[in-house]
Ligand binder design. Sequence first.
Ligand code: GLC
Ligand code: CA
Length: 559
Amino acid sequence: MRKSTVRFWAFLAVLCFAIEAVASRCAEVPPGPKWLQTAVFYQVYPQSYFDSNGDGIGDLPGITAKLDYIQSVGCNAIWTNPVYESPFGDAGYDVADFYKVAPRYGTNEDLKNLCAEAHKRGMHVCLDLVAGHTSVFNQWFQRSALDRPNRYSNWYIWTPARENAPGSQPFPGDHNRSDRYLPNFFPFQPALNYGFAQPDPKKSWQLPTTDPACIDVREELKKIMKFWLDLGADGFRVDMAFSLIRNDPDHKAISALWHNYRAWIDQEYPEAVLISEWSDPAAAIPAGFHIDFFLAFGEPAYGLLLGPNSRPDGDARKPHAFFERAGGGDIKAFIQNYLKHYTVTKSRGYISIPTANHDTPRPTWGRDEQEVRTIFAMLLTMPGVPFIYYGDEIGMHYLPQTPNREGGLLDDIQRCGSRTPMQWSKRKNAGFSTASPEELYLPIDPSESRPDAASQEKDPASMLNFTRALLRLRRDHPALANAADFQPLYAEEKSYPFVYLRQADGERIIVSINPTAHSCAIALNEAANPTPLLVRGAVFRNGRLEMDPVSFGIFAVER
Ligand code: GLC
Ligand code: CA
């Protein structure tokens, strides 16, 4: 063969190989807006973030004022808890008017401005969509409760009083019907009626999903989404996304419902995203969500890593979590469950393991800062879209003694302990507000040694700067990108460390985590020429990875 022919075939082979490599990589990137591929979210609990007008409650202009800070942490998207008009029986998850910002947070115009300011910085803003229920003070419910039939009569699920369905509530009032309504969460949160997938023929109050009232409710939700997307929002975190349809054992009807909304979003707002509080990615992502949270309900997930919501006893949680000094947690069970969801969803959407949220204790509970850093080293190098709960980036404490406000108490956990005002500086009220301390939404962490953003800004070794370093690493390395490949290398029950490989574009990164008070070591054949990227107490020696107590290592490797 002539030399030029050989060169031609060689060139063609390389080209095909490259095209295939690119194509196979592209195939792994989930559909949806491109910005999700590099998104890192920051969750803002608005009432506790920054009070711009000195009334003691955080507000929307306060969030806008802190966008530069959020961006400096390394986050490029925010999710805010509900900001709509509400009597605040459940911190705003009891919506009285879906189309109006609660005056304590500002105006619709303020929200528009927040979105516009975020967009100027290349950031995105997702709102909370409380799709499954409203407040009893919502006008739709007030009309639905009337004994005079009207458009809203079947917008909620009413059962004849004599049936006394479990959990059903009476709604008192002179002109009201005698039926009882079904709540969705707290008793003052009546469930919106999206219908029953399999209505009981003997119970005529169980309407099918095709009933005109249920279709009306479904269309109203679309209207709500449209309203805020048109104002500038970039998507929604959907509260209790699994809960809308009743008697739906195989999730068929609820999946079809979200499928519909997603098709509409893809068509009308292709840059918008849907994020579910479902905690079953294998169901939520095929149903149409771009992201699903891997939380502590339903399937064992977040809880296996960070622990049950019970107070740690000494240095152990019961049952054990993976992240505790005492050891005894089960990363194998976590990874088995994670892989079950990851393998079926990785080409379609993202799984998110948040650092915490407004319903869970913060990761600092019963842990020291090095332990928390070890948690961050894992969560911020895993695939999926990271979510940092406000204040976790500076190691704010979980404060179980915080008084209950706005539905902060659940059976086993005091949620307000994770909802205290953000600590900005050493100034009055930790720089959160100029109001007098009694006027604050919740008291500030009283501890002398409470962390704050301004002090940590100046300290290169601070938790804040550590979080920044991790997120910088994530940004700079294709192998750590949201959709980059993930493969566990060592994940055994009661054995440490936990090791995994991330890879993309020919780059390979190994992450190793030892949360326990004991040192550990394993042989790792996968690690040729390891280069430390961000390491604390981990070293490769003679083909073995050796780890100090409570340590982590992030290494670039060659094969
Ligand atoms: C979700 C929210 C929680 C709220 C509940 C009812 O779980 O995260 O804070 O209380 O739904 O809306
Ligand atoms: Ca305020």
